[in-house]
Design a protein around this ligand. Structure first.
Ligand code: APR
Ligand code: PHB
Length: 388
């Protein structure tokens, strides 16, 4: 039977970064990914990096393309009642800012690094199953192969097979569903300005973002389950302009899609010799673009704990993994929920709730203390990169 130290399911940001960090610590891993390499490298997701994620990529030799392609901003704009307000994160955090670098570019950098270093990343692996995760030698099994592992890490996203392999009675699941979602476009149109705009509008939330100097990314709040076909391009551009209170540069659409909104946490993030990381364990709503950053924070903790285990035989880091990660997960969940509720129009809310929401946003726009809270969380809570 083939063996590896760490079997990783899923080659998204969590799985690839974990494999990269383990390789740097001299630990073997094999990544099994259901999709093709071109699929994972083309999958359009969010595109904001916290300062800790930027440091992580730079420190571990993945900063070259990011340095050339990333866009760096001092802060963001928030639009309320048709007025735009600039919030300067750099001033408020002593030098931190916003880094726009698309998630699929990060995935490309990670895949190139792993495969370039001879890493074992296998694509188009259908039918992967987890066996004996409670025993001393868990296995990854698929039609035609078996891999014995010391540990397995489920980095296979919300719909993956890893979390589903844990007996339901061993997990507590926390969920929030939303009655609204984001309808997004990606267009060949130069962003009309540098900084992102988050808009609270009576017709619903809108967000202006970007992927590069040639690509605009923008979203409007829509109903959950909305069919993008109900929104012809012109109607979507008009609605964006109306809610954002600007005139965006328009261009041909490369993509029009609905991003579902969900908040989810599975506790604990470990069962026997299986660890969960990234979206397999938690989802935050998309406002603030925390998903990939949170996945990186998990695998930094796990890679350090595994390095300690293999170096000293000390399991303390592994035993603390779930608790350590969940402390951050809930803080980031809180922030993403807060930003979501601050800016979206909830159809279930009455006038009283809407007044409260308006007052809260006014307060944020007037208060240095509130803006610091926003700045600290948006640019990223501290990430301990010691030993990485
Ligand atoms: N077997 C193998 N691979 C699988 C399986 C399976 N049964 N199920 C899912 N996968 C793969 C998916 O094809 C995907 O490439 O696991 C990967 C999971 O990647 P992500 O969904 O990107 O999750 P994660 O790495 O945790 O990244 C977290 O990135 O994609 C965003 O919204 C996500 O922002 C979040 C962040
Ligand atoms: C994006 O560019 O996709 C994006 C930007 C900011 C967010 C969420 C998504 O808060």
């Amino acid at each position: 039977m083939k063996r590896t130290q760490i079997g990783i399911v899923g080659a998204g940001p969590a799985g690839l970064m974990l494999s990269h960090l383990l390789a740097r610590a001299g630990i073997d891993s094999t990544v099994l990914e259901r999709r093709s390499r071109s699929w994972i490298e083309a999958r359009v997701r969010a595109g904001l990096l916290e300062h800790g994620s930027v440091d992580l990529l730079e420190r571990t030799g993945l900063g070259t393309r990011m340095a050339a392609l990333a866009l760096r901003h001092r802060g963001i704009e928030i639009s309320s009642g048709g007025q735009r307000h600039h919030i300067d994160f750099t001033e408020m955090t002593g030098g931190r800012g916003v880094t726009v670098y698309a998630q699929h570019e990060v995935v490309k950098d990670l895949a190139t690094a792993r495969l370039g270093a001879g890493g074992d990343v296998r694509f188009e692996m259908e039918g992967v199953r987890l066996e004996d995760i409670e025993g001393p030698e868990p296995r990854l099994v698929w039609p035609g192969g078996t891999l014995a592992c010391d540990f397995i890490v489920g980095c296979d996203g919300y719909h993956g097979v890893s979390r589903a392999s844990i007996p339901p009675s061993a997990l507590t699941l926390f969920h929030r569903e939303f009655s609204y979602a984001w309808l997004g476009l990606l267009a060949e149109a130069p962003p009309f300005q540098d900084e992102l705009i988050y808009a609270r509008h009576e017709a619903g939330f809108a967000l202006f973002s970007m992927r590069s100097p040639a690509l605009t990314r923008a979203y409007v709040q829509c109903r959950a389950g909305e069919d993008p076909e109900n929104w012809p391009a012109e109607m979507l551009w008009d609605e964006l302009d109306r809610r954002l209170g600007v005139r965006l540069n328009r261009g041909p659409l490369l993509l029009k899609s609905v991003t579902p909104m969900r908040a989810f946490v599975a506790e604990p993030m470990r069962y026997g010799r299986l660890f969960l990381a990234g979206d397999a364990a938690h989802i935050v709503p998309p406002t603030g673009a925390k998903g990939m950053n949170l996945a990186f924070a998990d695998v930094v903790v796990l890679a350090r704990a595994l390095a300690r285990y293999y170096r000293d035989g000390d399991e303390a880091g592994l035993d603390a993994y779930s608790e350590t990660c969940l402390a951050r997960v809930w803080k980031v969940q809180r922030f993403s929920m807060w930003m979501t509720r601050l800016l979206h129009r909830d159809p279930a809310h009455d006038e009283f709730e809407q007044r409260l929401q308006g007052a809260e946003l006014d307060y944020v726009l007037d208060s240095h203390a509130a803006q610091r809270m926003l700045a600290e969380n948006y640019t990223g809570l501290p990430l301990d990169l010691e030993g990485v």
